[in-house]
Design a protein around this ligand. Sequence first.
Ligand code: APR
Length: 243
Amino acid sequence: MNLPPELIVYLRSSTRVAVLTGAGISQESGLRTFREARDGLWTQYKPEDLASREAFAQNPKLVWDWYAMRREKVRGVLPNPGHYALAELERRIPTFTLITQNVDGLHLKAGSANIIELHGNLQRVKCSECGRATVEWVETEGSVPICLVCGGLLRPDVVWFGESLPRAALETAVLACRECEIFFSIGTSGLVQPAASLAYAARNRGAKLVEINAEQTSLTEKVDFALQGKSGEILPALLSAAW
Ligand code: APR
């Protein structure tokens, strides 16, 4: 794989790196990206019709079951070489921040530590009334589990369409992007805000932009290095070329 030599040199000498990942980095683990066709029972629904407060209010059990299916699907899925390469990169770069739009928890499974989960995590739920988050709950056949504190319905602890991102997570992500020397956009179509603006927060402070994506996006023409292909192949190659 021919990688730009100047990128290798720059990466090796960098001390502050920020990375934004999207569904594309988990595609080689067998998880469909967000905008690929959906399979099986759920093809009749668009994610936008299930991942929203309105959908949950209208039919909590349907939404709960969709996320239970996705949680079950992710349980047996393993990280791929792209996730592992980012975990290794974190060990080599003094200040490394991994910002992900994914809720599949694969970066954690791969050993990454400094992770900002912009859109939440499938393995966590929270109360739709008092907001209390937990990774343990009592499943009740045929109905949506309830909060042990206030009795409200539990819901997935993910950011739904129309909801704002967790403020602390977003602020930390923006700060990391403003301070980094290299910003990587990996496996994301860059269609959803505010995650899609992070690249510009980095560029406006003079960071080099690198995109690793299977197809062109609206960011491609604005980056310093556009590496088109599979992140599970490009990231390990980048790492072995630099160290
Ligand atoms: N390697 C690199 N890129 C890949 C790979 C791969 N193996 N496979 C797919 N891609 C690219 C696709 O070309 C696409 O541009 O990953 C991108 C995935 O884009 P989306 O499916 O739009 O996913 P994402 O960008 O993560 O969506 C962002 O939108 O719906 C919301 O909250 C949801 O977090 C999601 C957000």
